[in-house]
Design a protein around this ligand. Structure first.
Ligand code: PLP
Length: 754
C-alpha cells in the first residue's frame, strides 16, 4: 500500500484538497478514516474456541498511534508527516480520548485486548458505550469539580454494526444497539473487536455538572460510567447497566455461536468468557436463563456455563466486592431471581459453610460467590494478591475448590507503553539489541551487558532528559507551569484512594518544605508530580486532593522554597497524561499499604520506561523487587503479613505513631496558619483529625521509613552513572510485565483458545 497515495485519496474525497493543505484536524480525520478502513478489512482470527472479555470498563486511550502501530504504519506515517512539516503528536492532539474507564482495571482490559489481538487469538471485548465517560476533572478553588466528558464525535472509532438485541427489564424492554471498535493485531494481520452496547436514544449531557435523572433509565443508561450510587436510584441504575451489558452480550454470543455452525450444547467447548471483576457476573444466570429457555435442562445449562466462564478478582477491599439486594434484581431483571435462588440452593448443597452462600441472611446476592461456584477458574492479578485470596479473603472457597484458583500477574502492552509513548528510549534500545524486543519483550534482558558501557549509560540519561523536556513543554502548554528540567521528577499518578496513600506523599512534601525553610536544601531541586481523580462521592479522597493543591500553592508562592521544591498536580489525569508523564519519570511512587494494592500496573509502565521504584512490598512491586534485586529498587514499610495481623487484632493505633517526634509536626502542619490561610479550614481540620484518630490505611505507620528511604533515593540519584545502571536493569527486567506474557498464560491455563 502506498501511504501517501491513500492519504491523498482520502483528503481529496473528504476535504477536496491535498494533505499539505489540510489542517491538523482534517489530517486526523483522514488518518482515522484510513486506519479504520484498513482495520475493518482485516479478518477475525480463527480458532476452535472464541473468547469474550466482559468488562464494565475499557480505558482505551487515544487510538490513532496505537492502531497505526498495529497496522505497521506508525513509522511510515510519522516520517511522511515530518516530510510535510507536520507532527503526528500534534495531529493526535485532535483526537478525543474515550474515558470509558476509571483506572487500572479498565486500562488492564484495554492492554489485554491489544495483546489478545497481537497474539492472533480470537477474542473480543464486551462493554458499554458511556457517552460522558467517568467525568472530566477540573480544579476550582483547589478542589475537584466534575464535568461530563463527551468524547463521541460524528466520526469516531465506533462503527454501527446494525445489530440490535432486546433486553427484557422488569416492566419494560430496551433495545441494545451494538457498536464495534476494531482492535487490529500488531503481528497477526487480523482484527478482533470491542463490542460496546448503547441505548437507541441517549440523553444529552446534563446541564449541571454530572447530575442527571437517574430514574430515566431508557435514555441515561449509557450516560456515565459508575453514576453516583449513594442512593437507591443510583444503585438501581448500576444494576440496569450491568444487566443490559450481559444480557445483550449473552444474546450476541449465542448468535455468533449459531453463525459459526454450532448449537447451544457447544457453548462450553466453543466459548470462553472472562468476567473482569464482578460487574459482569450476571452473565452466568443470564446465560443459564437463555439456554434453559431454549429447552436445555438446568443441569446441562449450568455445566455449559461453568465450562465457559472464568472470574478475575481485582481487589481485597471488602467494600469493593459487590453485593446487590435480591430485591434490586427483582426490579431490574425479575426473570433472574429464580435462577439465582436455584444457584444459591446448589451452592448450599456443596458446602454447609454459610460464608460461601450466594444469598446472605439480609437477602443480598454476593456476585463474586456466584462466579466462584459456577465458573471454572478464579484468578488473582499478582502473586502476593493470589496468595492473600487463597489464605485469607477467599479461604473458604479455596478449601472447597483448590483447583479453580490460579495467579495471572498483570501486564501492560509494551506497544503503547514503550514503543508509542517513548520513541527515544525505543530507538536507544533498538540501537543496542535490535528490534526483536518489539515482538518478545523478554529480549530486553539482552540490554544487561550495557550496564558496563559508559556510552550506553550516558545515552540513557540523555533519553530521560529528552523526555523530561517533552513533559516540561506539555506542562507549560496545558497547565501553565514551568518546571525545572534539571530537577528530579518524582511522580505519583493513579486513582485517588486512601490505600494508595497520596496523603503519605503529601506528608513528605511537608517534611521537605520545612527542611528547606530551616535552611537544609536538597542536593538538587525536586519536582513532585501528582495526577489523580477522586470518586465524586468519596469525601476523604477529595480532601486529599485539596491538601495537595494547597501544598502546590504554598510551595509555588514561596520564593525560598520554589527553586528547590515544586508540587504540580495535573488536571484530569488520563491515558494521554500517563503517556507523557511516565517516560519522564525518575522516581516511581508505588506506596500503597501492603496487602491493599492487588497488583498495580503503572508500577510496570514506569519500570519499563527507566524509572526507579520507591515502593512498599505490595502487589506486583514484590515481583519487581525480585526481578531487579535490592540495589535497583527502594522498598520500605510494613509487610502484608504485618498489616493483615494489625487489622485482624485491632492493633493499629494512629495516635501512638502521631506522638512520635518525627511525625507529629508533619501532621500538625495540616492545620498550620500557613496552610489554613490558603485552603479550606474545615477540610484541612477534618483531614488532620482523620489522620490522627482513624488513619484506616496506616499512613503514619510507614511515614518515617518512607521519608528515610526517599532521602536515600534522592541522595543516590546524584551518582548519575550508578543511577543510570539502576534504570537500565529496570528496563532490561521489565519484559516479564508485558501483557503478551500475561495473555499467553490466560490462554494456556484458562481459555485454551487453541
Ligand atoms: C496504568 C494506569 C492506571 C493504573 O495505575 P495504578 O498506579 O496501577 O493504579 C490508572 N490510570 C491510567 C490512566 C493508567 O494509564
Amino acid at each position: 500500500m502506498d501511504l501517501k497515495e491513500n492519504l491523498t485519496a482520502v483528503t481529496q474525497a473528504q476535504f477536496g484538497r491535498l494533505p499539505d493543505a489540510c489542517t491538523d484536524r482534517q489530517l486526523y480525520h483522514a488518518l482515522l478514516a484510513l486506519t479504520q478502513k484498513l482495520a475493518a478489512d482485516r479478518p477475525a482470527p480463527q480458532g476452535g474456541r472464541k473468547l469474550y472479555y466482559f468488562s464494565a470498563e475499557f480505558l482505551m486511550g487515544k487510538l490513532l498511534s496505537n492502531n497505526l502501530l498495529a497496522l505497521g504504519l506508525f513509522e511510515e506515517t510519522r516520517s511522511l508527516l515530518e516530510d510535510m512539516g507536520r507532527s503526528l503528536a500534534a495531529i493526535e492532539e485532535c483526537e478525543p480520548e474515550p474515558s470509558l474507564g476509571n483506572g487500572g482495571l479498565g486500562r488492564l482490559a484495554a492492554c489485554f485486548l491489544d495483546s489478545i489481538a497481537a497474539l492472533d487469538l480470537p477474542g473480543d471485548g464486551v462493554g458499554l458505550n458511556y457517552h460522558y465517560g467517568l467525568f472530566r476533572q477540573k480544579f476550582a478553588c483547589r478542589k475537584q469539580q466534575e464535568q461530563p466528558d463527551p468524547w463521541i464525535e460524528p466520526e469516531s472509532w465506533l462503527l454501527d454494526t446494525g445489530r440490535r438485541y432486546t433486553v427484557p427489564f422488569g416492566g419494560f424492554e430496551l433495545e441494545a444497539v451494538l457498536y464495534d471498535m476494531a482492535v487490529p493485531g500488531a503481528n497477526g494481520g487480523t482484527a478482533n473487536r470491542l463490542h460496546l452496547f448503547d441505548v437507541p436514544d441517549p440523553a444529552d449531557p446534563p446541564a449541571n455538572g454530572i447530575d442527571f435523572d437517574k430514574r430515566d433509565v431508557a435514555h441515561c443508561l449509557t450516560s456515565f460510567l459508575y453514576p453516583d450510587d449513594s442512593d437507591r436510584d443510583g444503585q438501581l441504575l448500576r444494576v440496569y447497566q450491568q444487566y443490559f451489558m450481559v444480557s445483550a452480550g449473552a444474546q450476541m454470543i449465542l448468535d455468533e455461536l449459531a453463525e459459526r455452525g454450532f448449537g447451544p450444547g457447544d457453548l462450553g467447548d466453543r466459548v470462553a468468557i472472562q468476567i473482569n471483576d464482578t460487574h459482569p457476573s450476571m452473565v452466568i444466570p443470564e446465560l443459564i436463563r437463555l439456554l434453559t429457555a431454549g429447552g436445555m435442562s438446568f443441569d446441562d445449562a449450568a455445566a455449559q456455563v461453568e465450562k465457559s466462564c472464568a472470574y478475575t478478582n481485582h481487589t481485597i477491599l471488602a467494600e469493593a466486592l459487590e453485593k446487590w439486594p435480591l430485591e434490586y434484581i427483582q426490579t431490574v431483571a425479575p426473570q433472574l431471581v429464580p435462577i439465582i435462588q436455584e444457584l444459591d440452593r446448589r451452592a448450599r448443597q456443596r458446602s454447609g459453610d454459610s460464608r460461601v452462600a450466594i444469598l446472605d441472611e439480609w437477602g443480598r446476592v454476593h456476585m463474586a460467590h456466584m462466579d466462584i461456584h459456577f465458573g471454572h477458574s478464579v484468578n488473582g492479578v499478582a502473586a502476593l494478591h493470589t496468595e492473600i485470596l487463597k489464605n485469607s479473603e477467599l479461604k473458604p472457597f479455596y478449601d472447597l475448590y483448590p483447583e479453580k484458583f490460579n495467579n495471572k500477574t498483570n501486564g501492560v502492552t509494551f506497544r503503547r507503553w514503550l514503543q508509542a509513548c517513548d520513541p527515544a528510549l525505543s530507538a536507544w534500545i533498538t540501537d543496542r539489541i535490535g528490534d526483536g524486543w518489539k515482538k518478545d519483550a523478554a529480549e530486553l534482558e539482552k540490554l544487561l551487558p550495557c550496564a558496563d558501557d559508559a556510552g550506553s549509560l550516558a545515552g540513557l540519561l540523555e533519553v530521560k532528559q529528552h523526555n523530561k523536556r517533552r513533559l516540561q513543554r506539555m506542562l507549560a502548554r496545558r497547565q501553565g507551569v514551568e518546571v525545572d528540567e534539571n530537577s528530579i521528577f518524582d511522580i505519583q499518578v493513579k486513582r485517588l484512594h486512601e490505600y494508595k496513600r497520596q496523603q503519605m506523599n503529601a506528608l513528605w512534601v511537608i517534611f521537605k518544605y520545612l527542611e528547606i525553610k530551616s535552611g537544609r536544601r536538597p542536593a538538587r531541586p525536586i519536582t513532585v508530580l501528582f495526577g489523580a481523580k477522586a470518586a465524586p462521592a468519596y469525601t476523604m479522597a477529595k480532601h486529599i486532593i485539596h491538601l495537595i493543591l494547597c501544598l502546590q500553592a504554598l510551595t509555588e508562592s514561596d520564593p525560598e522554597v520554589r527553586p528547590w521544591l515544586r508540587v504540580v498536580m495535573v488536571e484530569n489525569y488520563n491515558v494521554s497524561w500517563a503517556e507523557a508523564l511516565i517516560p519522564a519519570c525518575d522516581i516511581s511512587e508505588q506506596i500503597s499499604l501492603a496487602s491493599k494494592e492487588a497488583s498495580g500496573t503503572s508500577n510496570m509502565k514506569f519500570m519499563a520506561n527507566g524509572a526507579v521504584t520507591l515502593g512498599t512490598m505490595d502487589g506486583a512491586n514484590v515481583e519487581i523487587a525480585e526481578l531487579v534485586g535490592p540495589e535497583n529498587i527502594y522498598t520500605f514499610g510494613a509487610s502484608s503479613d504485618e498489616v493483615i495481623g494489625l487489622y485482624a487484632g485491632g492493633g493499629y493505633h494512629p495516635l501512638e505513631h502521631y506522638h512520635r517526634p518525627g511525625v507529629e509536626y508533619l501532621v500538625d502542619f495540616l492545620i498550620s496558619p500557613e496552610l489554613m490561610s490558603i485552603g479550606d479550614p474545615g477540610v484541612l481540620t477534618a483531614l488532620w483529625r482523620d489522620m490522627k484518630h482513624k488513619d484506616w490505611f496506616m499512613a503514619l505507620l510507614d511515614v518515617e521509613s518512607y521519608i528515610a528511604r526517599k532521602e536515600q533515593a534522592l541522595a543516590e540519584y546524584e551518582d548519575r552513572t550508578a543511577w543510570a545502571r539502576k534504570m537500565l536493569v529496570n528496563i532490561a527486567k521489565s519484559g516479564y510485565f508485558s501483557s503478551d506474557r500475561t495473555i499467553a498464560q490466560y490462554n494456556d491455563e484458562i481459555w485454551r483458545l487453541r
